[in-house]
Design a binder for this molecule. Sequence first.
Ligand SMILES: O=C(O)COP(=O)(O)O
Length: 229
Amino acid sequence: MPFAAVLLDLDGTLLDTIPDLANASNGMRLELGLPPLSRETIASYVGKGTENLVLRTLSNNPDGSTPDAGDVRQGLEIFGRHYHAVNGDQAVLYPGVVEGLNAFKAAGLRMAVVTNKPTEFTLPLLARSGIAGFFEHIVCGDTCERKKPDPMPLLHACELLRVDPAQVLAIGDSVNDALAARAANMAVLAVPYGYNEGMDVRTLEVDDIVMSIKEAARWALRNHTNNEP
Ligand SMILES: O=C(O)COP(=O)(O)O
């Protein structure tokens, strides 16, 4: 069956957001008297939403104490203030993103973003990135009751686009994208340059690993043609 739509993850797939996320996380840590963490460590905490990022960032502390709900609430407030101040400053599109999105568009495939990032950070970031116009819908971490790896946000995007999940290609960088797509019965591709919580993408259960969104578009069109009756 030909693909009708593509659902793209944001952080680690379309945009490298780690410099800004690291600045905001370390800004929060500084205010709380904690030493800064490396970008690599912070990157391994990205993918399951901002609350999880803050929880894991606060859990990495010299006395090994576990933050309670109040600590996380306070951390989220401080992190949010810092992230709003820098969101998009150093974020860059990965090579091949614009070419890939243009190729999908030229082939008549419809596109939506499905991210675990909250709406308040996603919309201004996409607006600054210059690629917002490619997407008919943006499903964020707080749009549905559950986030990826639950299939709910991907299925919600299908409802908004009025497409059958069997005709959808999901593209992401992490286990959250792979598990969500499989549970939604979608084809899924992984890119190897993102975060995947510090794990190798070759461990993911996906249809293929592609080096860029441009290559993902080539893969989709090849499979599109192969599947024509
Ligand atoms: O955890 C995040 O905030 C990033 O989420 P994403 O990889 O689904 O875009």
